[in-house]
Design a protein around this ligand. Structure first.
Ligand code: ATP
Ligand code: MG
Length: 268
């Protein structure tokens, strides 16, 4: 098996068909699970330092087709991390008030403050995905958005926020199986929506929209990662690895203590 890049090369056109959603590299499930535990322990420590330092933030953007595993990723990757330092925002169809503003208005206010990890479950990318496929605005409007997104992400970066974007890549067949499980298991019925089937019919249009979103917004400061996501254990491993590496590069440090702490006597 040849290695599959996580960040797609920017010097050639992107075709998602070239990316195997079942790719697991050299990993076995057992090894991946135990490595995940190690990585999660490091993630906990790094998150605590990020919070204590309070001068940098990390924004994680999750995008996927329905049943792609965004919810499961958030649940598994961040288990054990102090919830006080993490914000999760799930972006649904915009309200009337949100639609009466520019498309980034509702997004920007949820960008994580310094010291925090912010997770976007769906994001501003919906405005060049479902909005494009369902023709919710004219093409001239969504075409202009890629540049707006790059400028917005540059702004966040310049303000101390690191950005990691993950596209959870599942196959159409895997989506079918996950939908079927939602139908078969009464505890998962609530997750099933007939509307999801309508979107599935436009699978190829979505793949093209993703290809454009990923290649046009795959910047050095806010890279896209194409995560093989048919195997949940591999998906969790890859995402956790990437987050840990990024936090290590950000190298958050504890702020210096007040002077002469060693002379402090706690009064009775
Ligand atoms: P689950 O995976 O649990 O179903 P979900 O994220 O799919 O969660 P839903 O309420 O089922 O949540 O779906 C949210 C819907 O809102 C999606 O179909 C998404 O494409 C749509 N949406 C999000 N942002 C926009 C937007 N800017 N314009 C139009 N639709 C949007
Ligand atoms: Mg849904």
């Amino acid at each position: 098996m040849t290695a599959q890049p996580l960040i797609p090369p920017t010097d050639k056109p992107l075709s998602l068909a070239d990316y195997d959603p079942s790719y697991v590299g050299q990993w076995t499930k057992k090894a991946a699970r135990s490595e995940l535990k190690n990585l999660q322990a490091r993630l906990r420590q790094l998150q605590e330092r990020l919070y204590a330092q309070g001068s940098q933030a990390l924004l994680i953007v999750l995008q996927a087709m329905d049943a792609g595993g965004k919810d499961g990723t958030i649940k598994r990757v961040f288990e054990g991390v102090n919830p006080q330092g993490v914000t999760v925002t799930s972006f649904k169809a915009p309200t009337e008030e949100e639609l009466a503003h520019d498309f980034l208005w509702r997004i920007h206010r949820h960008a994580p403050r310094h010291g925090y990890i912010g997770i976007f479950n769906r994001s501003h990318y919906e405005d060049v995905l479902i909005v494009r496929v369902n023709q919710l605005v004219p093409e001239s409007v969504w075409q202009a958005r890629y540049d707006h997104i790059n400028a917005f992400e540059r702004l966040l970066t310049d303000s101390g926020t690191r950005i990691l974007k993950f596209y959870l890549h599942i196959s159409k067949e895997e989506q079918r199986e996950r939908f079927q499980e939602r139908l078969d298991n009464p505890e998962k019925h609530w997750k099933f929506s007939l509307g999801d089937l309508a979107l599935r019919q436009h699978w190829n249009d979505y793949m093209h929209a993703y290809e454009d979103a990923i290649s046009r917004c795959n910047t050095s400061y806010a890279p896209w990662h194409i995560v093989p996501a048919n195997r949940k254990w591999y998906r969790n491993l890859v995402i956790t690895q990437t987050i840990v590496e990024t936090l290590e590069a950000m190298n958050p440090t504890y702020p210096s203590p007040e002077p002469d702490l060693d002379k402090v006597v706690i009064p009775d």
